[in-house]
Design a protein around this ligand. Structure first.
Ligand code: SF4
Length: 415
């Protein structure tokens, strides 16, 4: 399966000068992003698959009428309506995919799709989605070459199919997001993948920091210090192309610290390794166009003057602004936080989103434990609730992937 992220344009964000964006509506009243696993069926068998997908469809999948009922509920929220991202598994495994997109589009929902890089991702099939009203697609690229990507995805030929589908998607007028899974196995591929992403060109590059859930348990996550260094690298890249992080919200803290001046520095050799691989890309950004967007950085004689990231990340997270619907209708804070808070077969998605006790707790940073609970950045970061749950079995615990030491010490745990 592919990561469940898609570009979030900024129609619902408050303009400000900070290097992040805030929603202008109550994120407890309506989601900004609905990630919808239409099916778990997929012809890939990726090492990191959250859904532990298989090639056949579950007979208990939501039916087309059940899906359109949920779309009706979401549309009834009125503007600004949520973005609906149809993912999987591989959404192309559902024969009603175009009908679902068309129905949502007619309700003025913004429909996006996250297909897998398989023989189903053809120009013809993508064009059908475009015709039905989908405006954005995302594909996953986890290696800079066929060899590295295909061994991660465990399907020979997947790299060529994915890159080709990306180019077709851009040609068809889709906004393209490329997702890359960051683990010890893939991290050294990042500079090469950045070049590839820029050459396609994608509109957004999203780094997904693996959560040890599903088949992701088999991969080797980075240390907190290495995650910090990858995010510092990503902050540099953000000057020349739109980027985002998934399940690593401390990227927003790093952007704020970086804009304020010195105070955040790499601590491992990984940062230098990654930066060595992209020096020329950053210089090229001076002239403007990595990933199809104009640079916001000006550099001369090695000095740089920043005017902020090319795309400011939005302050949303698992359960606050984002909600996940499984192929059988279960509602969860995210696909990586396996705590079911309801089912759309029993209740309206809007009611579940508003009334779930767990979701309301996730929207309350003052309830967080450990460093996240006392952190001066908790309201714009808050840590990944999925990473906290995977590490401690507690979605309100501190994010183990963050190495930041807040000014205030967390309360001591009573023995
Ligand atoms: S301690 Fe928690 S809230 Fe603070 S920056 Fe790290 S992850 Fe974010």
């Amino acid at each position: 399966m592919v990561s469940t992220d898609l570009p979030v344009a900024a129609p619902s964000a408050v303009p400000n000068s900070a290097p992040y964006r805030q929603l202008h509506f109550d994120r407890g009243a309506r989601p900004f992003l609905v990630l919808w696993e239409l099916t778990r069926a997929c012809d890939l068998a990726c090492i990191h698959c959250r859904a532990e997908s298989r090639s056949w469809r579950d007979p208990d999948e939501l039916s087309t009428p059940e899906i359109t009922n949920v779309l009706n509920d979401l549309a009834a929220l009125g503007a600004p309506r949520p973005i609906v991202v149809l993912t999987g598994g591989d959404p192309f495994k559902r024969p009603d995919l175009s009908d679902i997109i068309s129905y949502g589009t007619k309700l003025s929902l913004r429909m996006a799709v996250s297909p897998s890089g398989t023989p189903l991702a053809t120009r013809k099939n993508l064009a059908e989605l475009r015709l039905a009203g989908a405006t954005a697609v995302s594909f996953s690229i986890d290696g800079a070459s066929a060899e590295s990507h295909d061994s991660f995805r465990r399907v020979p030929g997947s790299f060529d199919l994915t890159v080709n589908a990306c180019r077709e998607a851009v040609d068809l007028g889709f906004h393209l997001q490329v997702n890359t899974t960051v683990t010890s196995e893939t991290v050294d591929q990042l500079p090469g993948i950045l070049r590839l992403v820029g050459s396609i060109p994608a509109g957004l590059w999203s780094l997904f920091f693996i959560v040890p859930t599903g088949r992701g348990r088999l991969l080797t996550p980075l240390s907190a210090e290495q995650v910090e260094d990858v995010l510092l690298f990503l902050a540099e890249v953000s000057d020349v192309m739109p980027v985002k992080s998934t399940e690593a919200p401390q990227f927003r803290r790093i952007l704020v610290q970086r804009e304020a001046g010195p105070g955040v520095a790499p601590t491992t050799s990984l940062y230098s390794r990654l930066m060595e691989g992209i020096g020329d890309v950053l210089l090229a950004g001076n002239h403007g166009n990595v990933g199809g967007r104009n640079s916001t950085t000006s550099r001369s004689s090695g000095a740089s003057v920043r005017s902020g990231p090319a795309r400011r990340p939005l302050v949303v997270g698992d359960g606050y602004g984002v909600v996940f619907i499984s192929h059988t209708g279960e509602v969860l804070p995210s696909g990586f936080l396996p705590m079911v808070v309801g089912n759309v077969r029993d209740s309206s998605i809007v009611n579940i989103y508003r009334e779930s006790e767990l979701l309301n707790m996730l929207r309350s940073p003052y309830l967080y434990g450990g460093r996240c609970g006392v952190c001066e950045y908790r309201d714009i970061c808050g840590g990944s609730r999925a990473q906290a749950f995977a590490a401690y079995g507690d979605p309100l615990a501190e994010d183990p992937n963050c190495s930041f030491q807040p000014v205030t010490d967390p309360p001591a745990i009573a023995s």
